[in-house]
Write a protein that binds this ligand. Structure first.
Ligand code: PMT
Length: 372
């Protein structure tokens, strides 16, 4: 049992590429259970995936919310961005106690969503339940617990029956700034939040939201920062009880149908996460060739907070003789990203500024091409 288990885990490490194993989940496996991982994947097409895997129970309700919200944004003439954020889980059994997880705190997505809102975009923030969210991320429970910002006013003595709560003076200015924007976004209804947990929830939601947003045509932008599992356990293979056999299949690459069918006029930005910087550009180029979308943003696991690379097709005037792809590094000083600093710099600010420029230029170029 133990040897099989270890071989399985080793095999999984090799084959599963960007899937991160939630060790806490693995540790929950009772010792009497034998776990064998069979890592020869079956390939699902997107079509066969959606024909065989059940939709999440909340899908209809979510689609209705997206539809109504999108109509308001269209009426207001706004551009809309779908930001996906956080990791997806892969449940290992029907009654889920154990699951695999993908690494992501949701920092990239939550931070980017704020900068998109600042840039005037309306945002659908589709995130992993309990991962970081725009605005509240500034007061995350682990790095900046919000209770530490509050004081109990004791005037009238500690026996005062209704003591008042106030914000620590040195924290007020920052909190006020975040709160103002949060309230403004609420009042203008420019952000809609959707949640997913499993990779199955994610895929169904992504398809449905893309199809709804396709009515916006070029005014829709897709910013796919979620960390999506490459492997999943089809429902038909999940055991209800007894020993745990894990035979995983490959998650269909959904960027292809997204570009070709679900939202052909949208501007699609995907992310590529690597642990070896050397691989970023070749893998990003391969993704652009394979899926035909607009931009891949490459990020290295350990440097992602201070450098990323934009890879896109070269559509400039020197296309014939010039390179097929262009790459553009964005870098900020790592020293400015430390959470403890008074004024920190977030690379997402520059990423979004660059994307807004690219999206605008792309809309203009497409409109021009249609006229001539
Ligand atoms: O949240 P943080 O802690 O800040 O971390 C942010 C991040 C590192 C997770 C983020 O910046 C990032 O890189 N996200 C993408 C990670 C990832 O899943 O990469 P990938 O190589 O597995 O997928 C590449 C792209 O293909 C992704 O945009 C994904 O949306 C898409 N994809 C993935 C799986 C799948 N079946 N179909 C897809 O189309």
């Amino acid at each position: 049992g133990a040897k099989d288990w270890w071989n399985g885990v080793k095999g999984m490490g090799i084959v599963m590429d960007s899937v991160w194993i939630s060790w806490s989940a693995i540790h929950l496996i009772p010792s009497c259970h034998c776990v064998r991982m069979i890592t020869e994947p079956t390939s699902f097409s997107a079509e066969s995936y959606f024909a065989t895997q059940p939709p999440p129970a909340t899908l209809e309700h979510d689609v209705q919310r997206v539809r109504e919200w999108t109509q308001k944004q269209v009426a207001a003439g706004r551009r809309v961005v779908l930001v996906t954020s956080g990791g997806t889980t892969v449940p290992l059994e029907l009654n889920v106690v154990r699951f695999l997880d993908n690494f992501s705190a949701g920092t990239r997505g939550a931070t980017s969503a704020e900068y998109f809102l600042k840039a005037g975009y309306a945002v659908i923030f589709m995130h992993r339940q309990f991962s970081l969210q725009p605005f509240s991320r500034h007061y995350s429970h682990s790095t900046n617990p919000f209770l530490d910002f509050l004081e109990i006013e004791t005037d009238g003595g500690s026996s005062n029956p209704s003591p008042r709560i106030s914000v620590t003076p040195e924290k007020r200015a920052d909190l006020l700034e975040v709160l103002k924007m949060y309230k403004a976004v609420h009042a203008a209804e420019t952000m809609l939040t959707l949640t997913f947990v499993t990779v199955n929830d994610y895929l169904w939601l992504l398809r449905a939201v893309s199809q709804e947003l396709s009515t916006l045509g070029r005014k829709s932008l897709y910013y796919l920062a979620a960390a999506v599992s490459d492997f999943f356990l089809p429902r038909q293979k999940m055991s209800g009880k007894g020993s745990l056999h894990i035979e995983m299949d490959q998650v269909p690459k959904i960027l292809k149908p997204m570009v070709d069918e679900w939202t052909p006029d949208g501007y699609i930005v995907s992310f590529k996460l690597e642990t070896d910087t050397e691989l970023l550009i070749p893998k990003a180029q391969a993704a652009l060739e394979r899926y035909g979308h607009q931009v891949v943003i490459g990020n290295d696991l350990h440097q992602r907070k201070f450098q990323v690379v934009f890879v896109s097709r070269n559509n400039g005037s020197n296309t014939r003789d010039g390179p097929q792809f262009i790459e553009n590094w964005l870098r900020i000083d790592p020293a400015l990203t430390h959470p403890g600093l008074e004024q920190i710099k977030e690379i997402e600010e520059d990423i979004i500024a660059e994307l807004v420029k690219k999206h605008t230029a792309w809309i203009q170029a497409q409109t021009q091409a249609n006229k001539s």
